[in-house]
Design a protein around this ligand. Structure first.
Ligand code: XIL
Length: 718
């Protein structure tokens, strides 16, 4: 067969060049000894960042003695191969030489060291290094200044000094601020934005912002959030670089993780192509063989576009395809940045594609039954010994295939009223039609008029229920979104006469699913499936009640007036968001009085950890509020007040001694308007092993990106 010339792969760098983009990589000189490495770099990439050899400890290992041989070698290789160089990094808090770290310096001495270092290094590469990372990682995750040797002595001024020194040494160099976890609209990115704005207003020579993008293949990523951040920085006149892209996989991950990885590389390339302000797309390494990841992140690896044998991975192909589309005019991606569109209130559940018509627990996502809608204002779950459960739905072609796992200490199935028996109800809404299907424990669904075959089957002890709905109007459900809800009823009363005391749903609400209202949405693709402009049915919002008196603490009687909800969705586990009630659980309630928002959180946890250096790893409660354009994130570690943050008014968190109850107060700019809503969320983190968190519980499902201002839920003031 004759191969058409288009089958021959054009290297990334040439495609990218046609759309005004450089595709970069990072490495050390020793890697150039590997001929395959040299060849791959020269063929595919058009930009180089020295991975380590321009850092302070390498170029000035002894005070005043500069050593450029290694970095020179990289720069020569780059220029020989017509690549641009980004110098990295002039000022940072790590990889500094001992002489610098171990001495006490006066302000003046340290300023001289900073000036001499920057000017010597930048002058040495004048005309050869086009871009510089002048300051690297100056902010902490909460948006405060990172307390580095530079900051502790010179204050925030060191940042602008560094830019001025670099500019004096090479007025043509394009100067960057660079940081990680700053790609989206989170607290740290807000701090970067504010500081860059301040520098620009002061006339400091800063020209661009780099965001590193060391990502995790199953971690959150939101193009909307990244897009909004690019737009606001470019409004300040900044160029953007994606500077250190890699997407690590767990060592135990299989092929599907390679596809998740590819999606992230692809999304970033789409953004880089879409925004002319993004002109460099750099991956932190070339081949999985030499990545920094395995030695820095235990249990992780394979983060790059080429595998250990230099074979292109799905990530490479995905990036290549985006560039091909961009070159031949078929690129048609556009990030949605309109807040009103993306922040419409949805509650999303994922139905994953099943490989056969058989339900397979490994292929789906489990969600908890989280709220008791029969409880009136108290929607929290009954004792776990009484009743609890979780459910999951997948799809295959036109079949919805699901499972309910149910624990109940007493099963009632012979009540004369069908709905008073222990049962599972599935609510489905498509367009303006909806169906309610009920199956009493031990029985198939009662027959109803449904456009397709329906079947439900219980195991002997009523602990497992599996169901199938064939939807005749569809050939394949992939890409569809349907309205969905599922209820589990429990009657523990006297046989025949008692009434239900619980009807558990994955959503809070007023138990009107049977009227086709207050549904969630079932996405037949994934978390980031397209959100339809018009909601299928509005999910209920959470309610903060107007309190008749000001609560003084968590035990104020006035809390009886409020709605009480559960914290039930573990967004850290994207396969199973249910939790083990023995190990962690919580409830919360909000109210308002005057210009204050009050809340109480109850927490039960078997092991409390509060000794971690990074506070987000401690057992804590976080509150997210979208106020105007600003996302406010407040964190209180168990036993402590809210952490330092940028909230402009008074806030207070008070814990009881046992760490089981927290009372908080947040001052608002004006009295609450009844009937108004805000986007917000609340989360409870749990670390049990002093290493990593085992759960972060929210009242809604999601992919743990509330800190980006995404997937927030709605809070209405009543
Ligand atoms: C890393 C290098 O890849 C490693 O080889 C080295 O041991 C430590 O530094 N953010 C940065 C980069 O700005 O300089 C870091 O590079 C990765 C995180």
């Amino acid at each position: 067969m004759i191969q058409s010339p288009s089958v021959i792969e054009v290297p990334l760098r040439f495609l990218a060049e046609k759309v005004g983009l450089a595709v970069g990589t990072a490495f050390e000189t020793r890697h150039l000894n590997d001929p395959e490495f040299r060849e791959t770099v020269a063929k595919e990439f058009s930009q180089i960042t020295p991975e380590n050899e321009m850092k302070f400890s390498y170029v000035q290992p002894e005070r005043g003695k500069f050593q450029f041989d290694k970095a020179d070698e990289i720069v020569k290789f780059a220029l020989d191969n017509e690549m641009v160089v980004k110098g990295h990094a002039l000022v940072w808090h790590i990889q500094n030489p001992n002489w610098l770290v171990e001495n006490e310096w006066s302000k003046q001495e340290l300023t001289e060291i900073l000036e001499n270092h920057i000017k010597t290094v930048v002058s040495h590469y004048k005309g050869k290094v086009k871009y510089w990372d002048v300051v690297n990682e100056a902010f902490d995750d909460n948006g405060g200044f990172r307390e580095t040797l530079w900051y502790n002595s010179l204050g925030e001024e060191y940042i602008e000094m560094a830019f001025r020194f670099a500019h004096e040494a090479d007025p043509d160099a394009i100067l960057f601020y660079n940081d990680y976890s700053t790609e989206g609209m989170n607290a740290k990115a807000n701090a970067v934005y504010r500081h860059v704005k301040k520098l620009v207003e002061k006339g400091v020579p800063i020209h661009g912002v780099g965001t590193q993008l060391h990502l995790n293949s199953d971690g959150p990523i939101s193009d909307v959030s990244i897009a909004r951040n690019i737009e606001r920085l470019s409004d300040l006149g900044m160029v953007m670089h994606f500077t250190e892209i890699d997407v690590r996989l767990r060592d135990t991950d299989g092929r599907s993780a390679l596809l998740d990885q590819a999606k992230r590389y692809e999304l970033l390339m789409k953004l880089a192509v879409f925004y002319p302000q993004v002109d460099v797309y750099t991956t932190w390494g070339v081949t999985d063989k030499y990545s920094w990841v395995p030695s820095w992140f235990q249990g992780y690896g394979r983060p790059l576009m080429f595998d250990e044998n230099y074979q292109p991975k799905p990530a490479y192909n995905a990036v290549h395809q985006v560039l091909e589309d961009a070159v031949d005019g078929s690129f048609n991606y556009k990030p949605a940045t309109d807040l009103s569109q993306v922040q419409r209130h949805v509650q999303v559940f994922n139905a994953k594609e099943l490989s056969t018509t058989k339900f397979d627990a490994k292929e789906v996502v489990y969600y908890p039954f989280a709220f008791n809608q029969l409880g009136g204002r108290n929607q929290t779950l009954p004792e776990s010994a009484d009743v609890n459960g979780k459910w999951a739905v997948g799809y295959h072609k036109n079949q919805l295939i699901g499972q309910v796992l149910r624990h109940d200490n007493k099963t009632i199935t012979n009540h004369k009223l069908a709905h008073e028996n222990d049962n599972v109800e599935v609510f489905i809404r498509i367009g303006d039609k909806f169906w309610q299907l009920r199956s009493i424990v031990g029985h198939d669904f009662s027959t109803i008029d449904f456009p397709g075959k329906v079947h439900g089957e219980w195991n002997e002890d009523g602990s497992i229920f599996e169901f199938v709905f064939e939807l005749d109007d569809y050939e394949d459900l992939v890409g569809e979104t349907i309205g969905f809800n599922i209820g589990m009823s429990d009657n523990d009363g006297q046989t025949n006469t008692g009434t239900r005391h619980a009807q558990l749903y994955p959503l809070a609400g007023s138990n009107i699913g049977w009227q086709g209202e207050e549904f969630g949405e079932l996405f037949m693709t994934g978390q980031n499936a397209v959100v339809t402009a018009i909601p299928i049915s509005l999910p209920p919002t959470f309610i903060a009640k107007s309190l008749t008196s000001k609560p003084e603490n968590a035990s104020s009687a006035v809390w009886q007036e409020g709605f009480h909800y559960s914290l039930a969705f573990n967004q850290l586990n994207q396969k199973d968001m249910s939790t083990s009630p023995q190990s962690i659980g919580g409830t919360w309630s909000l109210g308002h009085y005057d210009n204050w928002l009050y809340g109480v959180v109850n927490r039960n946890d078997d092991v409390t950890v509060t000794s971690m250096d990074e506070s987000y790893l401690n057992d804590n409660i976080e509150i997210f509020m979208q106020l105007g354009n600003e996302l406010v994130q407040l964190r209180t570690t168990v036993g402590r007040d809210f952490e330092k943050n940028r909230y402009p008014r008074q806030i207070k968190a008070n814990w009881n001694k046992e760490g089981t109850q927290m009372f908080f107060a947040i001052e608002l700019d004006k009295p609450v308007e009844v009937g108004k809503s805000i986007f917000w969320n609340i989360a409870m983190s749990d670390n049990d092993n002093r290493k990593e968190r085992s759960s972060q519980l929210y009242p809604v499902p999601g992919s743990n990106i509330s800190y980006l201002g995404e997937e927030l839920t709605k809070l209405t003031f009543e």
